[in-house]
Design a protein around this ligand. Sequence first.
Ligand code: APR
Length: 496
Amino acid sequence: LKDMKRLQHGDMKLGPLRFTRRHTVLIDVDTFNSQRKFLPQKGRDLWHSDFVKMPCSQSANQKSRWDVISKKLKSLASKKTVSVKDVEEAIIKYNPKYKDQWSFDALHTFNKNIPDTENYFKTLFPKIAALALKLPDFVNKAIPLLRKGQSATITLSQVQISCLLANAFFCTFPHRNTSNPTAEYSGYPTINFNSLFGNWSERKREKLRAIMHYFKEVTDESTRPKGLVTFHRECLSYTDMPTWESCKENLSKLHITSEGQIELEGKGMLQVDFANSLIGGGVLGSGLLQEEILFLINPELIVARLFTEKLEDNECLIITGSQQFSSYSGFGDSFEWAGPYEDQSERDQWARRKTQILAIDAMNFRHSMDQYKMRHINRELNKAYCGFKGYDGHEKPDIATGKWGCGAFNGDPQLKALIQLMAAAKAKRGLAFFTFGDEYLKQSLQHIYDLMFAEGITVGTLYKLLCEFSSAKHRDSHVDLFDFIKKNIRNSKSHL
Ligand code: APR
């Protein structure tokens, strides 16, 4: 881990905020420059298919709904204590269609099961309601949708994010509650929290502990976060996709460890989120794998679900400046919220934390053999490269990653490690690889890397080896990638 620290760019600069047609800044920059305060930028409320449709929109059909919502929220916010029943009743009041569909049993059971010392929720609910009510003041400029096929950026203040998430908690976002494939937002993740409140399980208990802790922090004047967060969707054009077989780059530096985790030991690096194409995956449902855990300990990431359309094969999302609020232990069923986390990450000149999270979704291989087809290897190479190459003059710290796509998505860790190594080399960035306790992978990857490095293998040569391996694997499914490379590496440079 000491070497890992050396890999980190302690003085990582994130580059200037560029105000371009494609970068929407939701805070008032002049005010920020002169007084170091963030005020929402004045703009127009746009009820339009290119923007997030807001619950407080003044559009004809929405105004009366916001009247009902704000009346309900005001009534909750005015009380000292609010029960789960009151929360449920309010949400259903302005979402009557879902009266018999939405269940709140997880929230009820959670409230009953949690020890008294930790049960501050009755007094927290009014504060979340008060925060949600601030929406028309805090976010009064339309939020553009980060749509497929376009690179674009949004910067919000952490306070704006907390207000949007308070609205998600109270399920106020319109047009977002149907999974009908022809519905307007069917290509977007869900954002209203109703799915978090139903289907009680131990997992839900731990998720709710993390989420409630976030709201406790952001509704308290003394702990309210004061920075900015930037969300950038990067779309790699077909002309920018590398011709992999002719890449002349040598492999980048690689550090492999079986200890530690991306989000802790990888602080200061570009941290890879093993994402779903619908950003955040099952964070508001029952999922509790790497991505969902990342989103629970950094709940500001959840707001990306409001405006990020499903990622295409040549796209990724990079989030700069989000804050970690919670600690945790375990994974999946053993996940536990382990208390508050005090994020000490430095901030850049735009008050963003020096944290970059890269969401890239691997392919989900229901049939394991599919991943060895060259068109799938190409897809994964371009996906990783899209995220690793950086954007718009951003500093490029080393990358913290691991068994991307090798859990729920059934990928081969050897193949995925080489794919990421090639993409990192092409992007000229070092790689820290966390095998997450997999000692065998650590040793075998180190061995094959040392061998390839000693032979001076380039990205192009490795690509050609992968092409040969792909054919060999389809002739004999038992061929092991690292064994194949060991056997063929000497010939590769002369014959390929
Ligand atoms: N740091 C390093 N490695 C980790 C970490 C971590 N914090 N957490 C998990 N891993 C390792 C584990 O070995 C895990 O099996 O990465 C492997 C892959 O993790 P998954 O989360 O299963 O990733 P993937 O196969 O890409 O599945 C993505 O899962 O979380 C959902 O929304 C996500 O639908 C998407 C799917």
